[in-house]
Design a protein. Structure first.
Length: 327
C-alpha cells in the first residue's frame, strides 16, 4: 500500500466516482489510476467500490471505512511535510485565504504585503465569499485560514483567534435629509429610510435584523451587496442609507457623511479561523500576527499543537489597530 494509492482512492471519492475527473485532478492517466485502485483492492482482499460495467456505481461499506482512514493518513502525511518545511525554514509555498470582500479589500492588503516582503516566494490566493460560504470553504479544506466577522459567539469551524473589534457606520450623501452635523441618526430614524447593507443583513437572525426587532421596528432593506464599494456606490446614487463596516470608509469618501451606527447595532469581531488538525506553515501564522500584533506567534503555535489552552488578549478596536498595520 502506498500514499499514492490512498491519494487516488480519495480523489475518486471526491470526484463522485468519476475516474476520468479523479485522474485529471491528481495529474494521472485514467488507466494508471484504475491499475493502482485494483492493486490496492487486491492487497486488501475486498472491493472498495461496486462496479457497473466499467464504471464505479457506489462505495462499499468496507470502502467507506478505508476512505475515511485514508483521509487521516494523507492529512498526517501532509502535516509531516509541512512540519519538515518549517524546520528547514523553507520560504516558498502558497497560502490560501477565504474571506469577505470587506476584509480582502480594506484589511488584508497591508498584512499580506508584510508576509510577501518576508516570504517573496510565497503565493497568496484570496477566495472572496459571504461569511457562511467562506467558513464552508474552510471546513472543506479549500483554504488555510478563514478571516470572518461575527457579533456573537466565535466561529466553530476551527480555532477562532480574535483579531480586532469594529463598528458599523451609517452613511449618506452630502445634502441628504440625515446629513445633520452633530446629530447621529437613531434607530427609529433609520427605520424611516430605505437601507443598503451587506447581503447577510437579510437573514432573519442577523444582528441588524435583531437590533430593529428588539426595538419593535422593521428595517426597509431595499438593496444588499457583498461588496462594500458597491454599497457606497448605491448610497452615492441616492438609493438609500448605507450601513457598512467602518474600515470601508476613508478620507477619500469626503462626499459622504458617516456616523457610528446606533448603539443597538452590535459591534463585530473579526476572527482568523485556523484548522485544528493541520500543521500550518510559518508564514500563515505570521499573517495572523500581522493582522493582530497583540497575538504572540509562539502562543498561537503552542495552542495549535495542543500544548496550551487558548487565552487570547482582548481584541483592540479597529481604529487603534489600523494605524500600526498601515504603516
Amino acid at each position: 500500500m502506498t500514499l499514492t494509492q490512498l491519494r487516488y482512492l480519495v480523489a475518486i471519492a471526491d470526484a463522485e466516482l468519476n475516474i476520468t475527473l479523479a485522474a485529471s485532478r491528481v495529474h494521472a492517466t485514467q488507466p494508471g489510476l484504475s491499475k493502482q485502485l485494483k492493486q490496492l483492492e487486491d492487497e486488501l482482499g475486498f472491493l472498495l467500490f461496486v462496479r457497473r460495467g466499467r464504471s464505479l456505481d457506489a462505495v462499499t461499506p468496507a470502502g467507506a471505512e478505508v476512505i475515511t482512514r485514508a483521509r487521516r493518513v494523507l492529512a498526517e502525511a501532509n502535516n509531516i511535510r509541512t512540519y519538515a518545511a518549517n524546520q528547514r525554514r523553507e520560504s516558498q509555498g502558497q497560502l490560501v485565504l477565504t474571506t469577505t470582500h470587506t476584509q480582502a479589500r480594506f484589511v488584508l492588503p497591508p498584512a499580506v504585503a508584510q508576509v510577501k516582503t518576508r516570504y517573496p516566494q510565497v503565493s497568496v490566493h484570496l477566495q472572496q465569499a459571504a461569511e457562511t460560504d467562506a467558513l464552508s470553504l474552510f471546513s472543506q479544506g479549500e483554504a488555510d485560514i478563514a478571516v470572518v466577522s461575527t457579533t456573537g459567539e466565535p466561529p466553530s469551524a476551527g480555532l477562532a483567534v480574535p483579531l480586532f473589534r469594529w463598528r458599523r457606520l451609517v452613511l449618506v450623501p452630502r445634502g441628504h435629509a440625515l446629513d445633520r452635523p452633530g446629530h447621529a441618526p437613531s434607530l427609529v430614524e433609520l427605520a424611516g429610510f430605505p437601507l443598503i447593507s451587506y447581503e447577510s443583513s437579510i437573514r432573519p437572525g442577523s444582528s441588524l435584523q435583531r437590533a430593529f426587532a428588539t426595538a419593535g421596528l422593521q428595517p426597509d432593506l431595499t438593496l444588499t451587496a457583498l461588496d462594500a464599494d458597491l454599497i457606497k456606490t448605491y448610497v452615492r446614487a441616492g438609493l438609500g442609507v448605507g450601513l457598512l463596516a467602518e474600515m470601508a470608509v476613508s478620507a477619500a469618501d469626503a462626499d459622504l457623511r458617516a456616523w457610528s451606527a446606533p448603539p443597538q447595532v452590535a459591534d463585530c469581531i473579526t476572527w482568523a479561523v485556523l484548522p485544528r488538525d493541520r500543521v500550518l506553515r510559518d508564514y500563515a501564522l505570521d499573517l495572523v500576527h500581522a493582522l493582530a500584533p497583540q497575538i504572540d506567534v509562539r502562543d498561537l503555535r503552542r495552542v495549535l499543537e495542543g500544548n496550551q489552552a487558548p487565552n487570547w488578549p482582548t481584541p483592540p478596536d479597529w481604529t487603534t489597530l489600523s494605524q500600526p498595520i498601515t504603516l
